[in-house]
Design a protein around this ligand. Structure first.
Ligand SMILES: Nc1ncnc2c1ncn2[C@@H]1O[C@H](COP(=O)(O)OP(=O)(O)OP(=O)(O)O)[C@@H](O)[C@H]1O
Ligand SMILES: O=P(O)(O)OC[C@@]1(O)O[C@H](CO)[C@@H](O)[C@@H]1O
Length: 306
């Protein structure tokens, strides 16, 4: 089974506003609500690609109930821990001349709720895949992912981590199967601006020396670079298209990569499916459907096991 964990999930309120003007009353021309949060988005794309995963994390209030119901409608299993106070956040994504995002703080997660998550994670067994994705609410210690990985050490669970800065760096010693920083996040970790592909490969390899098994660096419109466990470096340019939405492109890439790898055991095809999924999402108004992803593939669907 594949599990995703989103500590601070959301409902994403995605609105289109022509010529957004601060300090004025602006009116939308379209509005949609989706279940959000990075792990949840990975679960939705996995579901679109035929892998039913279980979305874990914390939910609070009516927004939390709605988020969980909508995820189930997208074909995901869910098992969120209810919090007694607060509300699952509503993150506002404004599409105007530019894309702007306002992400909420989210509810306070109690020690009892964290313990309940640990109990669920303790049931994972060899061969399971776990995705830890997204930020941790600022009321929690910054080493939550590290604690989870320490706890699951030695259980032969493949763990993918999509996080930034210390949250990511601190898990490397537990050998995550996959990490996916973007090129800017990679540079930020080492306090450098990475200009060339050679620089990106050099620093991706440093993350591998620090413990990561496979390092996937996404580069938005420039595609992605993968350094695999045996040191092979591959890169993939994205298909051509017009960017409509960049929210969730990275999550789609993680899901596509995992689906490709689980289906074929071939890192090259995983990179291709990850890139196709990321770009397909960037070219449509929200997370891409199976059809939107498969039309971006260069080989037959069968070759990617989908
Ligand atoms: N402008 C674009 N054109 C084509 N493909 C894109 C574009 N932006 C993103 N993608 C696709 O999605 C993948 C992930 O994008 P990106 O590097 O922006 O991830 P990210 O920074 O984690 O994104 P986010 O945090 O917004 O989800 C890219 O490797 C690429 O395949
Ligand atoms: O506040 P975080 O956890 O960093 O990011 C949350 C979020 O922006 O990430 C997803 C897209 O990747 C959205 O669905 C969600 O609203």
């Amino acid at each position: 089974m594949i599990y995703t964990v989103t500590f601070n999930p959301s409902l994403d309120y995605v609105i289109q506003v022509d010529d957004l003007t601060l300090g004025e009353v602006n009116r939308t021309t379209s509005e949609k609500i989706y279940p959000g949060g990075k792990g949840n988005n990975v679960s939705v794309i996995l579901s679109n690609l035929g892998h039913k995963s279980k979305a874990l994390g914390f939910k609070a209030g009516f927004t939390g109930e709605q988020m969980e119901t909508m995820l189930e409608e997208f074909g995901c299993y869910t098992d969120f821990i209810p919090l007694e106070e607060g509300l699952t956040r509503i993150n506002v994504k404004v599409k105007s001349n530019e894309e702007s995002e306002i992400n909420g703080q989210g509810p306070v997660i109690t020690d009892t709720a964290i313990e309940a998550l640990y109990q669920k994670l303790d049931k994972l067994t060899a061969g399971d895949v776990l995705v830890l994705a997204g930020s941790i609410p600022n009321t929690l210690p910054g080493d939550m992912y590290e604690r989870i990985m320490e706890r699951l050490q030695g259980k032969e669970i493949r763990i993918a981590v999509d996080a930034t800065k210390d949250l990511l760096v601190n898990v490397l010693k537990y050998h995550p199967f996959l990490i996916k920083p973007n090129n800017h996040e990679l540079g930020e970790i080492f306090g450098k601006v990475l200009e060339s592909e050679a620089d990106i490969v050099e620093y991706a390899k440093k993350l591998q020396e620090m413990g990561a098994v496979n390092v996937l660096i996404s580069m938005a419109g420039d595609g992605a670079i993968l350094v695999t466990e045996d040191g092979t470096v591959s890169s993939k340019k994205p298909p051509k298209g017009t960017v409509v939405n960049s929210v969730g492109a990275g999550d789609s890439m993680v899901a596509g990569f995992l689906a490709g790898w689980l289906n074929t055991g071939d890192y090259e095809k995983a990179l291709e499916l990850g890139t196709a999924a990321g770009s397909a999402t960037a070219f449509v108004s929200w997370l891409a459907t199976r059809e939107e992803i498969t039309e971006k593939l260069e080989r037959t669907e069968k070759e990617y096991g989908i």
